[in-house]
Write a protein that binds this ligand. Structure first.
Ligand code: SAH
Length: 204
């Protein structure tokens, strides 16, 4: 079923072999509540509790491809959720720092990571709008919730040459890629429309 999913994603335009291999390697059904297990290898988003969703595999693959991860890259993920995107990043051999602001989900996924042996460098309960200044700069930052605007700290925490992949917008989001060219210069590219749950502010 995972091979078939990877094939579907390739047909939808995902070209990066390493990303497709990672999708084949990660058992997505284990990230869903058992009542949804049957749906795990369809290219669809699903509820994971606390009004949140596990992203659609195509979206996970698309964002991962944009990051163009090299082994050992230092990657910050905002919105851990089920941990599926985290697992894909780890499979791509990134050093992953990931932040979740929903306590219930944070705890659930923390247990799941230890059960599965997934080891992000840091898994933090907090507000992703601020990024993670103590660990910056990053080779890549991926936001997996819809951001009403681009938080400045995230741009500031990129290495020169680093990439920020962030869906920007309220109802629908435009997938946006920023590449840091120098201290002050960023190149921005817009890459199509997506729909995410919102990146929420100021709860903690
Ligand atoms: N990558 C996840 C997608 C989860 S949905 C997966 O594959 O399962 C987006 C997640 O972002 C939700 O878990 C939500 O609680 C979280 N989130 C929303 N606002 C946030 C914020 N300000 N900081 C960190 N996480 C946030």
């Amino acid at each position: 079923m995972r091979n078939k999913l990877a094939e579907t994603l390739a047909n939808k335009g995902i070209a990066d072999r390493k990303v497709l291999e990672a999708i084949k390697a990660i058992p997505r059904h284990l990230f869903l509540d058992s009542s949804f297990e049957d749906h795990a290898y369809q290219d669809k988003a699903f509820p994971i509790g606390a009004e949140q969703t596990i992203s659609q595999p195509y979206t996970v693959a698309f964002q991962s491809e944009l990051l163009a991860i090299k082994p050992d890259d230092k990657i910050l993920e905002i919105g851990t959720g089920s941990g599926y995107q985290t697992a894909v990043l780890l499979q791509l051999k990134a050093r992953v720092y990931t932040i979740e602001r929903q306590l219930e989900l944070f705890k659930k996924t923390k247990l799941f990571f230890s059960k599965m042996g997934y080891r992000p460098k840091k898994y933090i309960f907090g507000d992703g709008y601020k990024g993670l200044p103590t660990e910056a700069p990053f080779d890549g930052i991926i936001v997996t919730a819809g951001a009403p605007y681009v938080p400045n700290p995230l741009l500031a925490q990129l290495k020169i040459g680093g990439k920020l992949v962030i869906p920007v917008g309220d109802e629908d989001q435009i997938m946006t890629l920023f590449v840091r060219k120098s201290e002050r210069e960023f190149v921005k590219e817009e890459l199509g429309s997506f729909r995410f749950v919102p990146l929420l502010e100021d709860k903690n």
